[in-house]
Ligand binder design. Structure first.
Ligand code: ADP
Ligand code: MG
Length: 249
């Protein structure tokens, strides 16, 4: 597919929890090669939409299409095999392995499976080289031999991104990648998201609006389970209904 094609789509996505409609008739189109942000006040339904798209929840109604294929009935691991991977989903960070070992383990794991095979010496050297490249890409080189447990919070999120990247996803879903970070980590992680977006599609839920403004090609604003506005930051931020939604909570 080409940049700008629709890679992920929700049609009439609806989720009811015991009669409470948390997500209502959401139609969402994510274009290949873009950074797409999902924002909205607390309780708007962002996490629910995210969980529906990654199939951690099954919608009450509606359809999800990935690369034109209906994935509504698929399991999360099978969706991951197709190339849509949520940070955390498969690539858990092992605290008692080093940063390098964590990335190597992730590289040895084909997308969406948990099988391990013994590798030849040559393959292991190659894996080490690729792991070091990924570690460099997320600015973790000085931490390569540290245990994951020793990493400061923001570096841990960078390692999660590296282990997710090791699976070579086409679509990466990031759930509040900047949550709980201090200033320096926010800047570094935003730059990292921008870099990795060069050859992938990113869908993220994020509360930090200045970073969302800076990074996103498209922003979808949810309120009470429905799409309130959509478009580039300049348009969305001037929308009076969006302003009201943010002021009103
Ligand atoms: P956001 O992530 O935008 O803050 P959520 O998607 O977490 O919002 O929640 C949207 C609404 O759905 C909220 O009113 C929340 O209380 C409700 N909700 C979410 N998950 C459940 C659940 N498992 N059971 C019942 N209600 C839920
Ligand atoms: Mg949430």
């Amino acid at each position: 597919g080409h940049t700008g094609d629709i890679i992920l789509e929700a049609r009439g996505l609806t989720m009811e929890f015991k009669g409470f409609v948390a997500v209502k008739e959401v139609n969402l189109q994510v274009r290949r090669g873009t950074i797409h942000a999902l924002i909205g006040p607390n309780g708007a339904g962002k996490s629910t939409v995210f969980n529906l798209l990654t199939k951690f929840l099954t919608p009450t109604r509606g359809q999800i299409l990935y690369k034109g294929r209906d994935i509504t009935a698929m399991k999360p691991a099978d969706v991951a095999l197709l190339g849509m991977v949520r940070s955390f989903q498969i690539s858990a960070v092992f605290p008692h392995l080093s940063v390098l070992e964590n990335v190597r383990v992730a590289l040895q794991r084909p997308r969406g499976t948990s099988f391990h095979f013994w590798k030849s010496e040559e393959t292991l050297r190659d894996l080490r080289g690729r792991a070091l490249e990924l570690i460099e890409a997320v600015n973790l080189t000085p931490w390569a031999d540290h245990l994951a447990a020793e990493l400061p919070y923001g570096r841990k999120r960078a390692l999660e991104i590296a282990t997710t990247l090791a699976l070579d996803p086409e679509v990466m879903l990031l759930d509040e990648p900047l949550a709980g970070m201090g200033h320096e980590d926010i800047e570094g992680t935003a730059a990292l998201i921008k870099r990795v977006s060069a050859d992938r599609t990113i869908l993220m839920v994020e509360h930090n609006l200045s970073v969302v403004a800076h990074l996103s090609d498209t922003i979808t604003v949810l309120r009470r389970g429905e799409i309130l506005a959509e478009g580039p930051y300049e348009a969305v931020s001037r929308n009076p209904q969006v302003m009201e939604a943010y002021m009103g909570t």
